[in-house]
Design a protein around this ligand. Sequence first.
Ligand code: ADP
Ligand SMILES: N[C@@H](CCOP(=O)(O)O)C(=O)O
Length: 314
Amino acid sequence: MPTTFETGPVRVRVPATSANLGPGFDALGLALGRYDDVAAQVSAGGVRVTVTGEGAGDLPDDERHLVVRAMRAAFDVLGGQPSGLTVECVNRIPQARGLGSSSAAIVAGVQLARALVVDGTTTMDEAAALRLAAEIEGHPDNVAPCLLGGFTVAWTEPSGARAVSLPVAEGVAPTVFVPTRQGLTAEARAALPATVPHGDAALTAGRAALLVHALTAEPGLLLPATVDRLHQQYRAAGMPETYALVSALRAADVAAVVSGAGPTVLAFTDPGTGFDPGMDCQIWRLPIDVSGATLGRGRLGHAERDPVAAGRKS
Ligand SMILES: Nc1ncnc2c1ncn2[C@@H]1O[C@H](COP(=O)(O)OP(=O)(O)O)[C@@H](O)[C@H]1O
Ligand SMILES: N[C@@H](CCOP(=O)(O)O)C(=O)O
């Protein structure tokens, strides 16, 4: 039986994410209250993508667009491809900064495809959506919080990625320092060594375990819980201003880390208005997103189309 598709548009709101959080390389992640909104509809013709906000004018408007690539991968799993797609993106997550923009695009694509298939040869539950999104991204630590919301612990089994979402303790409201300059995750991953000293691995494993306790129950322990020896120092040469800012914040007893692969810095407490970050950046205090990717029916409304104002969940 051929796959049947929803005839009207569907839409999804996907949060920014911060991965690693210091010692949780490729495992820990946090969903943040800044969002991309994406709508999609099956059409008779080819693929047409419009982009407003972040990436407008730079991203491809055809099959090469990451949302469309993720949709195509999900349609393959679900059993059938629509010939044409119309996709509208309103992006507020800065790209190539360490705030999970690529994962947001991938999760948006997978979720939209799931919502557009009315009757396919296979169904895809949330666990399968996570597996597919992680496979496309290559690591699960951003796609997990983007899909599930909250603070997530993700891991990979032979059958694929899995994750749990944990409630964050009251009062944790991260501040992010988002540099003007971009840095690609693939390049930051290439800077990592193939092996690390056993002592560094042991120290980092202990702090990652402590971080789960600190974030869920005892934020007073976030400073020691965010020590990492697996990735940040190896990436420092490629983003010296980021590394200097993390060091300056930590010296002031602020639990700060490189967000994802950088160059954004995430601080778990507000360093105060007088603090000089020493680099050209935007500073945002973001709530933690607890819902993850949220689907809806219909095209984007007035609020979702505003690339500036609608950065928060309504
Ligand atoms: N919303 C989006 N729509 C389409 N492509 C995107 C989007 N966001 C990111 N990308 C693609 O992913 C790249 C950035 O990915 P990456 O280096 O992993 O950075 P980030 O830390 O922001 O995820 C962009 O250069 C672009 O090619
Ligand atoms: N664990 C990954 C996380 C990358 O996050 P991003 O937001 O920079 O894509 C890594 O550190 O490479």
